[in-house]
Design a protein around this ligand. Structure first.
Ligand code: AMP
Length: 401
């Protein structure tokens, strides 16, 4: 069964075609600058060279049309006709409290996704456009919605409530939801497999450290807490997002700079994090690492502060779970930055965790990075959100008539 995975952003669309039985990637690609001048599509069939083409993409429907054309292209394509695509899995950012797992898309599901769009105004509408466009172009193909928030729906009330008037939760559903759920679920399951432990009987902390970053505490296969909140702005310091701050900062910055709330929010989302801390050096850890080793003060400040916060969350999640068996690092920074992992793990000796310095040099590969005799284990586990989406889609669609 071939599953097309679609991840629709506001101006981009990532896609992968995966053979669900063998879990092999058949092709992948990216549409960029949808609705903006200079849009282009890139397409890579597994084992072949990447092809990039500039072409107008006024909307997502055009983009999906181009994706389907690329997949079926006589010369470079990977399937003879669209009939070979058996199901589509859509990544949906916010499922609110409505969705605790992936579901087959029907009109009720679309309505429920629309209803929580005010919780993710930049993402959910784009995700819905992607669903509608696929439905129009492949009306007979079953589609599945896989939610970033679903894995975190097991958090207990004490973890998801804010210290706000309760009616804000009751009336407006203002609470912590968490994101990157597909990744936290995939990596924690894989970690239990590697350890040879029962997923439903172990304590795992997953550090998803990419441009967006979040940490979760997974106990006995259930998410107990995670660092992102109502939106992805809460929690860790990220590439350009500030993470958790005192809400009074917003009012004070408004007073001092005459900016509007919208402008300040834009700064908190796009000009803060390690980028802001480094005094505008970069939001990219590759640049910051170069600066760190050259002792550039802004880069040292940004990396040290980032790692301090990761370490602090890990400590609090050990408390949440009353212990930990393993700590996993994933996503762009987690998979590729030995110095970030070292700065975090060297401070966790009190847990009985010892870093294996040589193993920690790994980039982008699955590896245990704690010593054999380390009481708490540490791993690098590359995430694969697309494969997790394909797995859920396959599980829900394989027995459909
Ligand atoms: P992601 O959001 O998971 O795609 O992660 C993207 C981020 O990972 C980039 O912005 C970089 O900060 C970081 N990254 C990617 N490759 C490396 C690398 N080799 N070393 C350090 N950081 C990296």
């Amino acid at each position: 069964m071939k599953v097309l995975v679609i991840n629709c952003g506001s101006s981009s669309l990532k896609f992968q075609l995966i053979d669900a039985e063998s879990e092999q990637l058949i092709a992948k690609g990216l549409c960029e600058r949808i609705g903006i001048e200079g849009s282009r599509i890139s397409f890579t069939a597994t084992g072949k060279d990447k092809i990039t083409r500039e072409t107008p993409m006024p909307d997502h429907k055009t983009a999906i049309n181009l994706v389907l054309a690329a997949l079926t292209d006589k010369e470079h394509g990977v399937v003879k006709s669209l009939d070979e695509i058996n199901a589509v899995g859509h990544r949906i950012v916010h499922g609110g409290e409505n969705f605790t797992k992936s579901v087959i898309i029907d009109e009720d599901v679309i309505k429920a996704i629309e209803e929580v769009s005010d919780l993710a105004p930049l993402h959910n509408p784009a995700n819905l456009i992607g669903i509608r466009a696929c439905q129009e172009l492949m009306p007979k193909v079953p589609m599945v919605a896989v939610f970033d928030t679903a894995f975190h729906q097991t958090m207990p009330e004490e973890a998801y409530l804010y210290g706000l008037p309760y009616e804000y939760y009751a009336k407006y559903k203002i609470r912590r939801y968490g994101f990157h759920g597909t990744s936290h679920s995939y990596v924690s399951k894989r970690c239990a497999e590697i350890m040879g432990k029962d997923y439903n009987d172990c304590k795992i902390i997953v550090c998803h450290l990419g441009n967006g970053a979040s940490i979760s505490a997974v106990k006995d296969g259930k998410c107990m807490d995670t660092s992102m909140g109502l939106t992805p702005l809460e929690g860790l310091i990220m590439g350009t997002r500030c993470g958790s701050i005192d809400p009074s900062v917003i009012e004070l910055v408004e007073q001092k700079t005459q900016m509007t709330t919208k402008q300040v929010m834009n700064i908190l989302n796009k000009e803060s994090g390690v980028y802001g801390l480094s005094d505008d050096i970069s939001s990219d850890f590759r640049d910051l690492e170069d600066g760190y080793f050259a002792k550039v003060p802004g880069a040292v400040r940004a990396i040290d502060t980032f790692c301090y916060h990761v370490m602090k969350y890990i400590g609090s999640y050990v408390a949440v779970m009353n212990g930990v068996d393993a700590i996993c690092f994933t996503a762009g920074v987690g998979e590729n930055s030995p110095i970030v992992r070292k700065l975090v793990l060297d401070r966790l000796g009190y847990l009985g965790l010892t870093l294996d310095e040589e193993a920690n040099e790994v980039h982008g590969k699955e590896k245990m990075i704690s010593t054999e005799d380390s009481k708490v284990k540490a791993y690098v586990i590359p995430t694969n959100e697309e494969l997790a989406i394909a797995r859920d889609t396959y599980a829900l669609c394989k027995n459909l008539k």
